[in-house]
Design a protein around this ligand. Sequence first.
Ligand SMILES: C[S@@+](CC[C@H](N)C(=O)[O-])C[C@H]1O[C@@H](n2cnc3c(N)ncnc32)[C@H](O)[C@@H]1O
Length: 256
Amino acid sequence: MTRTIIDDEAAEVTISDQSGERRYPLGSAEGFAAVSDAWLRAGWDAKHVYSFTWMGRPIIQLPEDMIRIQELIFQVKPDVLIETGVAHGGSLIFYASLFKAMGKGRVIGIDVEIRPHNRSVIEAHQLSEYIALIEGSSTDAAVVEQVRGLVGPVDTVLVVLDSNHTKDHVLAELRTYAPLVSVGSYIVASDGVMEKVAGGPRTKDDWSWNNPRQAALAFAREDPRFEIHEPEWLFNEGAVRNRVTYWPDAFLRRLK
Ligand SMILES: C[S@@+](CC[C@H](N)C(=O)[O-])C[C@H]1O[C@@H](n2cnc3c(N)ncnc32)[C@H](O)[C@@H]1O
């Protein structure tokens, strides 16, 4: 367990954990990281990510993660982004809006259950021409066949995994979708935050190991074509060094 004490007046943060007590200036990289960890945990408990929409659709994401993946999308400029886990469609609409603005790219969204209301709102959306929906489990052979049929042989492909977050399922998704990822592009195993918030409310006993981060680390060990790679920040004039994120160690870059 970590205890974080923020002293606004002294502009300091004190952290106590099993390795002892440390004190940092609030505005240092370490101070900011400690406060961010506490904020992430508070946000988890308060369901902060269940409070945003993108162009009318609920998007269950931390806004910083969306800004960061926007930076990556703008660099990779994919022809196709495949996302597993559609829910209300907010993230699909987010990616579609970037592709419209960039004049390039489209999205394939896969969900085991696309509720009729969500489907009809997504299909009626002004960005629907950028979106293809596939219903079924992301690792089902027939679903994967449909996805392959929608990807051209020279398309640049980026994949975001945001469906069932067990280690086994994410590892199966990584093995299934990694071959579609272009060299230099990424497959992203989202929501490894489960490991960080394990033990808190709305968590399960096995989250310390049964989570997407562990799947990404295992996949990087087994497949030499991929490495965990933090996309470079294009701009940083501050002291912050690490993402404040629900997606720790999520970005697997294809090397060859
Ligand atoms: C966290 S939500 C997706 C959130 C969405 N990407 C967003 O940013 O708003 C997870 C979704 O994954 C779907 N799901 C669960 N298991 C799945 C599976 N095996 N294959 C595909 N989708 C699955 C659920 O139905 C749910 O809609």
